[in-house]
Write a protein that binds this ligand. Structure first.
Ligand SMILES: Nc1ncnc2c1ncn2[C@@H]1O[C@H](COP(=O)(O)OP(=O)(O)OP(=O)(O)O)[C@@H](O)[C@H]1O
Ligand SMILES: [Mg+2]
Length: 289
């Protein structure tokens, strides 16, 4: 069966131990196939995505060697080459962060993280950026701590990626409102904490909504936007690392991206009121803007 990743052990349908063994083997083979195909896709996409910027860096370095350029022109070329390399580094960093989250290794250093403080910090960072882009960031936090066990930096990055998208894609195409709102909400229901970013842009629909979490996926309209298509893949990987989940839903107008995580049960006195699926209960906390 060497080389053919799609082949499987035949099952007899008798439901005996040979069948169960075949089923386990086939499940393992399917998992291997998925991982292998995923790795191949990442390698192909990386090569494809880095080829053009590397080519541009090379071109600029080559032009710099020309005698006919002024010092200012040379500086401008060097700055452009630096920008290109920064973007390439960001792509590599995102891929490495996704791989790190997928490996599960950060679980060893999980600690209690109060999501209220974390979201407040992310909002403080992004509020001026939203304002600059012509939007209003509204933050709704519950009155009591909402504690999950996790990796603070990765959860911060996940929330930051969602806000980055809301600012990049949720504003330009928004309706007539001069300052469309971006909402960042946190609440706890049952044993889960949940934070959500909702914008009022064009949102995602159909195949784009299905595929937005894939590594390197960019919906057509934003192909020129300069993103590497890794932001949501990282949010997804971080959510799974925390035994949580990222869901994307059309919010009419806009996109609602929700991350659910298990609450840290050992944490004292935190927000656990309300049943699953309820609207944010005590979400009348700090409001930005
Ligand atoms: N809030 C949103 N509204 C509309 N489209 C979105 C939104 N968020 C993401 N998308 C679409 O999903 C694609 C994937 O998003 P993702 O964050 O993974 O990558 P990116 O923003 O293109 O690049 P990166 O985050 O790596 O800089 C985007 O290219 C965009 O087309
Ligand atoms: Mg993004």
């Amino acid at each position: 069966m060497a080389g053919d990743l799609a082949r499987r052990v035949p099952e007899t349908g008798r439901g005996d131990e040979f069948d169960r063994l075949a089923q386990s083997l086939n499940a393992m083979l399917s998992q291997n196939e998925k991982l292998f195909v995923g790795m191949r896709e990442v390698a192909e996409n990386l090569a494809h995505d880095l080829r053009s910027p590397l080519g541009r860096v090379r071109q600029r370095l080559e032009r710099q060697l020309s005698d006919s350029l002024s010092a200012d022109e040379k500086t401008a070329l060097a700055m452009e080459a630096l920008d290109e390399t920064d973007r390439m580094l960001a792509t590599f960093n995102a891929i490495l962060s996704i791989a790190q989250a997928d490996s599960g290794a950060p679980r060893r250093s999980f600690e209690p993280v109060d999501l209220r403080i974390l979201l407040q910090d992310v909002a403080d960072l992004y509020e001026p950026l939203a304002e600059e882009a012509g939007a209003r960031l509204r933050l709704a936090l519950p009155g009591r701590p909402v504690v999950a066990r996790g990796n603070r930096d990765m959860l911060f990055q996940a929330c930051a990626n969602l806000l980055d998208n809301a600012i990049k894609y949720g504003i330009a195409s928004a309706g007539p409102a001069p300052h469309p709102a971006i909402d960042l909400d946190l609440d706890a229901a049952g044993e889960r904490a949940r934070f959500a970013v909702r914008d009022r842009g064009a949102g995602l629909h159909g195949e784009a909504l299905e595929r937005a979490r894939e590594r390197f996926y960019r919906a057509d309209a934003s192909r020129t936007g300069g993103g590497s298509g890794l932001g949501l893949a990282l949010v997804d990987a971080v959510a799974r690392l925390h035994d949580g989940e990222l869901t994307l839903a059309a919010a009419g107008p806009g996109l609602r991206a929700t991350v659910q995580l298990p609450l840290d049960k050992s944490a004292p006195a935190q927000e656990t009121a309300g049943g699953a699926g309820e609207e944010p209960a005590g979400a009348a906390g700090a409001e930005h803007g």
